[in-house]
Design a protein around this ligand. Structure first.
Ligand SMILES: [Zn+2]
Length: 291
């Protein structure tokens, strides 16, 4: 909001506007100026600009933690040309939202990464940076503001539930943000990101009218169970874990890193490259939601 105090970013804001002007000029070109590749094309005699179009829209939201100590530090980082990093939004610990770039421009927050077959996530996503040192919990004020922002973005750009993801999801070998305290489950409940059906955490297998203590497999039919059945030994995942991870969107070229990223997002307790029975059940439940 407007403030009487001098804006410490007035100088870089001028530079920001200068760049906007340059890009606007590029967007207004008609016919577009030919680059080297296009000069070889066999164009027809007349240029005909369509009258039916609008702006391209982002289709993903990527959530980050800044790994910095204050929002001022991050605003500074994103206004220094030499850092070559930025995001559309930054949210402070007390829940203040800073929009640093129009949604329709491409911020530099994702770096090299992949989700499904989408490789240039910066071109198709909005980046949100949360002011967090990388280890601390995310304050309720920050999460409330984040949810408000996500509602606006989801409505504005019609972003699907599944496309709210974390930086570590798209860059498992390089990134671990947002940290394991991030409330993905809460967000999924609001329609931002997917979550597994938690019934698999507290399943009950009924035998002779009584729940079988410690039973963990809910897919087994009642008449197949005897008290001696070692259901823990049955495979909880019906396909190769690598394929399940790829269906969700993970780049599995480094499988160990992909498993860690999956656990950082959906398990959050032991973030390592090992898939326990419980993790496999979560994976089994989840990959079908992404199909
Ligand atoms: Zn990040």
């Amino acid at each position: 909001m407007a403030s009487c105090a001098t804006n410490p970013y007035s100088k870089t804001n001028r530079e920001h506007k200068k760049q906007l002007k340059e890009y606007s000029k590029q967007l207004r070109e008609f016919p577009p100026q030919l680059d080297n590749g296009a000069t070889l094309l066999n164009f027809g005699e007349h240029q005909a600009g369509t009258t039916n179009f609008n702006l391209r829209k982002p289709n993903y939201v990527i959530i980050h933690h800044t790994a910095q100590n204050s929002v001022e530090q991050t605003l500074m980082t994103f206004t220094l040309p030499r850092t070559q990093v930025s995001s559309h939004y930054v949210i402070s610990r007390n829940g203040e939202v800073y929009q640093m770039l129009n949604d329709y421009y491409r911020a530099w927050h994702g770096g090299s990464g992949k989700w499904g077959n989408t490789s240039d996530l910066n071109s198709s996503s909005i980046g949100i940076e949360l002011d967090n040192n990388g280890f601390e919990e995310f304050s309720p004020a920050m999460i409330n503001s984040l949810i408000d922002l996500l509602k606006v973005l989801k409505e504005r750009h019609k972003i699907p539930d599944a496309n709210f993801i974390g930086h570590s999801d798209i860059a498992p070998s390089r990134k671990v943000d947002p940290n394991p305290t991030f409330p993905w489950r809460l967000l999924a409940g609001e329609g931002f990101g997917l979550w597994y059906d938690e019934i698999i955490e507290t399943p009950e297998v009924i035998i002779d009218g009584r729940p079988l203590p410690g039973s963990i497999e809910i897919q087994v039919l009642e008449n197949e169970i005897t008290p001696n059945t070692k259901i823990e030994e049955e495979s909880p995942l019906d396909i190769d874990p690598e394929i399940a991870l790829r269906i969700i969107g993970y780049d599995t070229s480094n499988l160990d890193a992909a498993i860690k990223a999956f656990k950082l997002h959906f398990i959050q307790t032991e973030v390592n490259g090992v898939l326990t029975d419980h993790d496999l059940r979560v994976l089994n439940n989840l990959y079908k939601k992404y199909m």
